[in-house]
Design a protein around this ligand. Structure first.
Ligand SMILES: NC(=O)c1ccc[n+]([C@@H]2O[C@H](COP(=O)([O-])OP(=O)(O)OC[C@H]3O[C@@H](n4cnc5c(N)ncnc54)[C@H](O)[C@@H]3O)[C@@H](O)[C@H]2O)c1
Ligand SMILES: O=C(O)C[C@H](O)C(=O)O
Ligand SMILES: [Mg+2]
Length: 618
C-alpha cells in the first residue's frame, strides 16, 4: 500500500472515530435531557420509573417537593448499590434478636413489604394477630430494625426534618400529602429503647409506635405521620459509616437544638392545628425540658416520661392487690428504682404523687411519700451528697443521716441497697441488661413483702434487667414479674406457671392519644394521664391480680385502648379542656353517659375494611 493510500485510510479511520465520538457525545447529551414528569412529592417516590430514592440531589428534592420525604444524606448511585448489597448479604447471616425468634427481622421485612403495597391488609393482619406481630413491628424487633435501618431502608415512610432544613420547615411541612394528620410520633433518635443514639435510624421507633396507634387505637393510617428530627448524631460508628443515611455531624446542642425543635413544632401545628405530637425516645437531658417547654401550649406529651409512668403506676397498684392488700396500702410500699433517666424519674414523680393523693393530698403527704423511694443510678445510690446532682433527681436524693441509719451511703451498690432496704418492689429503667444479677435477686429474698415485685422494664429484650427465668428461679413462684419487652411464661416445674407481664407504655399511649383527639382537649393534662393509669389498673380483676397477672393480654389492646380513651375524655371534660371533635361539639360531648362515651370512642375507631372505590375525573 502506498503512503498516500495509507494516509487516506488513516485519516478516514480518524474521521470515523471522530464521527463515533461526536455521535456518542450526542447520545450522552440526549441521555441527560430532562425527563418531564407530571408528579411530585410522594407520588414520585412511589413510582418505580422515576424514583431515585436517596440519590435525589438537594436541588431536585426542592424542585420536586421532596424535601423532608427522604433521609437528609444524599447518596451516590454507587453508594445506594453498596448499601443494598450489604443488606442482601446480611440475609445470609441469621439475624438474631435474643433467644426468642431467630427470624424476627425476616418477618419484619415481609410485613413491611405488605405495609408498602396494601395498608388495609397489613393492619388487618396486625390487628388479628397482634400478640404474634407486636413483637415484630414493636419492641423487641423494632430495636433491631433501627440498628440496621440504613440497610433495611426501602420506600420512605414519614418525614425527616434536619438541622440543614432550618428556615424551610414551614414550607416543607406542605410536602406531606395528607391535609389531615391526627397523630405525629417524633423522635430525635438520641435514645432509642435501651440502644442509645441511633441518629436518623430512630425513625423506626416512630413508625412502630404509629403502627400501634392504628392497630390499638384505630387512628386512620392515612392520618398518622412518623417524624425524625435529624440534628446529627454522637454515635461515632454512624459518623464514620459512609452508608449512614443521616447528617454526618455531631448533635446540635443548647439554643441551636431548641431552635430546630421550636421551628418544627411551629411548622406542624401551623399546618395541622389539631394534631397531637407524641415525643418518643429523646435523651433524658432534653425529654423533660421539651415537655415543660411545650406541654401548656401544644397538644403534646412525652411517652417515655408520662406514658411509662402511667403504666408503671397501674402495675405497682396491681402488685399491691396481688399481695391481697387494698390499693390504698400503696403508700406503705418500699420501692427501689434502678435508673434515673426520663423513664425512671417519670415513674418516681408519678408514684410519689399517687401516694401523696392517697395520704391526704397535702404537702406533708407529699413529703412523707418521698421517703418510700431509693434511687440507684450509674453511680450508685443517689443521696444529697451527690455532686452535680441532676435537678430532676434531686427530690429523690436520700438524706445522709437517714441512710446512715439504714447502713447505706452515697453511691452504695444496687445489691447493698436491696439488702438493706428489703424493698417490696425492685423496678429497673436503667437500660442495662442483666443489672438484676444473681447477687441483686438473692438480696431481694430478704424483702419484707409477702410477694415482692420485679419490674425489669428496659427494652429491648437484651436490655431487660433480668429474665423471668432468673427471677423465678432465684425467688420462687411467689413474686410478681413484669418486663418491658415480651417474654413467655415460665414453667416452674412444680405444676406452677410463673406469669410474665408485659409492662410497656403501649397499654397507655394509644388511649391517651385517642382520648385527646376525640375530646379536642387543648392540652394533655396530668389529670388525663392519671385517669388513663387508673383505668388500666382497674381493668384487671381481683382474680387475675391474685394470680400474678397485673397487666392485660395484648390481644385485648383495642378494648383497653377504648376504655382508656373514654377515661381520658371524661377527665378532659371534668377539667373543662375540651373543644370537641368534628360533628361532636363540646356541649354534646359533655352530655354523654359512660356507655354512650364508649360507643362514641368505638364509632370513631378506624377498622381495616376495604372501601368501595369509584372513579371520578378531576
Ligand atoms: N417498659 C416501658 O414501657 C419503657 C418505657 C420507657 C423507657 N423504657 C426503657 O427504659 C430505659 C431507660 O430509658 P431512659 O430514657 O430513662 O434512659 P436514660 O439513659 O436517660 O437513663 C438510664 C438511667 O439508668 C442509669 N444507669 C445506668 N447504668 C446503671 C447501673 N449500672 N445501675 C443503675 N442505674 C444505671 C443511668 O444513670 C440513668 O439514670 C430504656 O431501656 C428504655 O427502653 C421502658
Ligand atoms: O418503645 C417501647 O417499647 C417502650 C418505651 O417507649 C421505650 O422507650 O422503651
Ligand atoms: Mg420510648
Amino acid at each position: 500500500m502506498s503512503n498516500f493510500s495509507r494516509q487516506i485510510r488513516f485519516s478516514s479511520s480518524v474521521i470515523r472515530g471522530l464521527q463515533y465520538r461526536i455521535s456518542r457525545s450526542f447520545t450522552t447529551i440526549e441521555g441527560h435531557r430532562p425527563t418531564i414528569v407530571h408528579k411530585q412529592g410522594l407520588d414520585i417516590l412511589h413510582d418505580p420509573w422515576f424514583n431515585k430514592g436517596t440519590a435525589f440531589s438537594m436541588t431536585e428534592r426542592d424542585r420536586l417537593e421532596l424535601r423532608g420525604l427522604l433521609p437528609p444524606n444524599v447518596m451516590s448511585n454507587e453508594q445506594q448499590i453498596e448499601r443494598f448489597m450489604a443488606d442482601l448479604k446480611r440475609l445470609e447471616v441469621n439475624a438474631r434478636d435474643g433467644p426468642s425468634d431467630t427470624n424476627s427481622l425476616a418477618k419484619w421485612r415481609i410485613l413491611n413489604r405488605l405495609h408498602d403495597r396494601n395498608e388495609t391488609m397489613y393492619y388487618k393482619v396486625l390487628i388479628a394477630k397482634i400478640e404474634e406481630y407486636a413483637p415484630i413491628v414493636y419492641t423487641p424487633t423494632v430495636g433491631l430494625v433501627c440498628q440496621k435501618y440504613s440497610g433495611l431502608f426501602r420506600r420512605p415512610r414519614g418525614m425527616y426534618f434536619s438541622a440543614a432544613d432550618r428556615g424551610e420547615m414551614m414550607s416543607m411541612v406542605y410536602n406531606w400529602p395528607a391535609d389531615q394528620v391526627d397523630m405525629i410520633v417524633v423522635t430525635d433518635g438520641s435514645r432509642i429503647l435501651g440502644l442509645g443514639d441511633l441518629g436518623v435510624q430512630g425513625i423506626g421507633i416512630s413508625i412502630g409506635k404509629l403502627d400501634l396507634y392504628v392497630a390499638a387505637a384505630g387512628i386512620n393510617p392515612q392520618r398518622v405521620l412518623p417524624i425524625m428530627i435529624d440534628v446529627g448524631t454522637n454515635n461515632e460508628a454512624l459518623l464514620k459509616d459512609p452508608l449512614y443515611l443521616g447528617l454526618q455531624q455531631h448533635r446540635l446542642d443548647g439554643e441551636e437544638y431548641i431552635a430546630v425543635i421550636d421551628e418544627f413544632m411551629e411548622a406542624v401545628f401551623t399546618r395541622w392545628p389539631h394534631v397531637i405530637v407524641q415525643f418518643e425516645d429523646f435523651q433524658s437531658k432534653w425529654a423533660f425540658k421539651l415537655l415543660q417547654r411545650y406541654r401548656n401550649s401544644y397538644r403534646m406529651f412525652n411517652d417515655d416520661v408520662q406514658g411509662t409512668a402511667g403504666v408503671a403506676i397501674a402495675g405497682l397498684l396491681g402488685a399491691v392487690r396481688a399481695q391481697g392488700k387494698p390499693m390504698i396500702d400503696f403508700p406503705k410500699q418500699k420501692i427501689v428504682v434502678a435508673g434515673a433517666g426520663s423513664a425512671g424519674i417519670g415513674v418516681l414523680n408519678a408514684a410519689r404523687k399517687t401516694m401523696a393523693r392517697m395520704l391526704g393530698n397535702n404537702e406533708l403527704a407529699y413529703e412523707s411519700a418521698g421517703s418510700q423511694f431509693w434511687v440507684v443510678d450509674a453511680k450508685g445510690l443517689v443521696t444529697e451528697e451527690r455532686a452535680d446532682i441532676d435537678n430532676d433527681a434531686k427530690p429523690f436524693a436520700r438524706k445522709t443521716k437517714e441512710i446512715g441509719r439504714q447502713g447505706l451511703r452515697e453511691g452504695a451498690s444496687l445489691a447493698e441497697v436491696v439488702r438493706e432496704v428489703k424493698p417490696d418492689v425492685l423496678l429497673g429503667l436503667s437500660a442495662v441488661g442483666g443489672l438484676f444479677s444473681k447477687e441483686v435477686l438473692e438480696a431481694l429474698r430478704g424483702s419484707t413483702s409477702t410477694r415482692p415485685a420485679i419490674f425489669a422494664m428496659s427494652n429491648p429484650t437484651t436490655n431487660a434487667e433480668c429474665t423471668p427465668e432468673e427471677a423465678f428461679s432465684i425467688l420462687g413462684d411467689n413474686i410478681i414479674f413484669a418486663s418491658g419487652s415480651p417474654f413467655t411464661d415460665v414453667d416452674l416445674g412444680n405444676g406452677h406457671i410463673g406469669h410474665c407481664n408485659q409492662g410497656n407504655n403501649m397499654y397507655l399511649f394509644p388511649g391517651i392519644g385517642l382520648g385527646t383527639l376525640l375530646s379536642g382537649s387543648r392540652i394533655v393534662s396530668d389529670g388525663m394521664l392519671q385517669a388513663a393509669a387508673e383505668c388500666l389498673a382497674a381493668y384487671m380483676t381481683e382474680e387475675e391480680v391474685l394470680k400474678g397477672i397485673i397487666y392485660p393480654s395484648i390481644s385485648s389492646i383495642r378494648d383497653i385502648t377504648k376504655q382508656v380513651a373514654a377515661a381520658v375524655i371524661r377527665e378532659a371534660i371534668e377539667e373543662d379542656l375540651i373543644e370537641g371533635y368534628r360533628e361532636m361539639d363540646a356541649r354534646e360531648l359533655c352530655k354523654l353517659n359512660k356507655d354512650e362515651m364508649l360507643c362514641y370512642v368505638e364509632d370513631n375507631m378506624w377498622n381495616p375494611d376495604y372501601p368501595t372505590l369509584i372513579y371520578k375525573k378531576d
